[in-house]
Design a protein around this ligand. Structure first.
Ligand code: DOR
Ligand code: ZN
Ligand code: ZN
Length: 362
């Protein structure tokens, strides 16, 4: 048994589904899943119902999280053509601005060049613009970030060409960072016959060659992030399954297993789940907060009960070595040997998102 302590681990891309979609997940079940997965801070995405596109929606969401969450939670605000410029007033209280350029789940979508120019021209920061953009849309976002002098964060990079484009942008000095999900690192299209609609997400699973090129560009990947996107089994088995897979409880065991196999180091994991997320999104790190893992514990994913309300994982059946044994948040043990010990509300809301924001301008 080899136990080590990792510092505050952060997942910068999570869909906690509250408000409006709490049959899939809510702030309590989602942050319990985060702690069980060794993650003490998560950043929540804006494609809820209503979407997080105005100061009122952000504040209402933040107050729910403040009462229910057992991990710390920060929020992205979403760019929207329908909600006017409401998202801009949210800027000081958010991790960043999320812009959905390509197909996704939910109503938030910014497609026209005119709308993108508006968003890139108006966003005041300090958080980056985080984009769901692939292929030509990614190239457009890289160009817009340069033209409007914005910091760009590319979500869930999944294709060889996309990571190669980001590598080139970085080499040219662009202010761009990116994240890659465990499903794009550990699954490919070859798993689809087995997974069926449980392997459906956006971006779609790549080819084995895409996956290999992502691993070859580990130095270009700033963050690992789950894109935890729970949908119920019933929804996934329906005639029109929504895209998305859960991931909070499986990311760290999968990465620790890869570390054991010599594919990356523990330091490289810590850089991508701790140092880089904190720096990119300006996340305040809670004191006396750590995750203890047993590097030798072997088990099969899916054998343990899951905390996420959706109750399934696309990684079921995969053998892993590395288990989260204990988690401390601000000096209190909040998870130990499979048990959540934290009361709802133990987690804090980041960036003062529960506070009033000045009315939107212009
Ligand atoms: O697979 C996905 N699921 N991709 C997205 O962009 C959205 C997400 C969700 O919210 O379900
Ligand atoms: Zn996305
Ligand atoms: Zn997402």
């Amino acid at each position: 048994m080899t136990r080590i302590r990792l510092p505050v681990l952060i997942d910068v891309h999570v869909h906690l589904r509250e408000p409006g979609l709490t049959h899939k997940e809510d702030f309590l079940s989602g942050t319990q899943a985060a702690l069980a997965g060794g993650l003490t801070i998560v950043l929540d995405m804006p494609n809820t119902s209503p979407p997080t596109t105005t100061p009122e929606a952000l504040q209402a969401k933040a107050r729910l999280a403040d009462m229910k969450a057992v991990s710390d939670v920060g929020f992205f605000v979403g760019a929207s053509t329908e909600a006017g410029n409401g998202y801009i007033a949210c800027a000081p209280h958010t991790a960043g601005l999320k812009v959905y350029v390509n197909e996704t789940f939910g109503p938030l979508r910014i497609e026209s060049l005119r709308a993108l120019m508006h968003v890139f021209g108006k966003w005041p920061g300090p958080g980056p613009i985080a984009v769901h953009a692939e292929g030509v849309a990614l190239a457009a976002c890289l160009a817009l970030a340069q033209l409007y002098d914005q910091r760009l964060h590319v979500c869930h990079v999944a294709r060889a060409a996309d990571i190669q484009l980001i590598a080139r942008a970085k080499a040219r000095g662009a202010r761009v960072t990116c994240e890659v999900t465990p499903h794009h690192l550990f699954l490919t299209q070859e798993d689809l016959p087995r997974l069926g609609s449980l392997g459906e997400m956006r971006p779609r699973l790549g080819t084995p060659a895409d996956r290999d090129v992502l691993w070859q560009h580990l130095d270009i990947i700033d963050c690992f992030a789950t894109d935890h996107a729970p949908h119920t089994m019933e929804e996934k088995r329906s005639a029109s399954p929504p895209p998305g897979v859960p991931g909070l409880e499986t990311m760290l065991p999968l990465l620790l297993t890869a570390a054991r196999e010599g594919r990356l180091t523990i330091d490289q994991i810590v850089e991508r789940l701790h140092h880089n997320p904190a720096r990119i999104f300006g996340i305040p790190l809670p004191p006396e907060t750590w995750t203890e893992v047993d590097l030798d514990a072997r088990y099969t994913i899916g054998d343990d009960p899951l905390r996420t309300r959706c109750g399934w994982t696309p990684f079921a059946g995969m053998p892993v070595t590395g288990r989260v044994t204990q988690v401390s948040l601000r000096g209190r043990i909040v998870f130990q040997d499979g048990e959540i010990l934290a009361q709802p509300g133990t987690g804090r809301v980041l960036f003062n998102a529960t506070e009033e924001t000045a009315s939107p301008r212009g």
